[in-house]
Write a protein that binds this ligand. Structure first.
Ligand SMILES: [Zn+2]
Length: 58
C-alpha cells in the first residue's frame, strides 16, 4: 500500500498519471486518487481527494 502513487508505477498510467484535476482545475497535477462524486467515481489530484467534491467544484 505504501507509495502507490510514486515511482515507476506512474509510467504505466495514461500521461504518466498527470492531467487536469476536474475539481481544482490545476494542470499537470497528478490525477491518481479516486473519489466518489455521487454515483460515479472521478479521479482527482491529491489535494482534492480530501475535499468534498460537491463543495469543491469549480
Ligand atoms: Zn485538484
Amino acid at each position: 500500500m505504501a507509495k502507490n502513487n510514486r515511482g515507476n508505477g506512474l509510467n504505466a498510467m495514461p500521461n504518466h498519471g498527470r492531467g487536469t484535476c476536474p475539481i481544482c482545475g490545476r494542470t499537470g497535477a497528478k490525477i491518481l486518487w479516486e473519489v466518489k462524486d455521487g454515483d460515479t467515481t472521478i479521479k482527482v489530484c491529491k489535494l482534492c481527494r480530501k475535499r468534498d467534491p460537491q463543495q469543491a467544484k469549480v
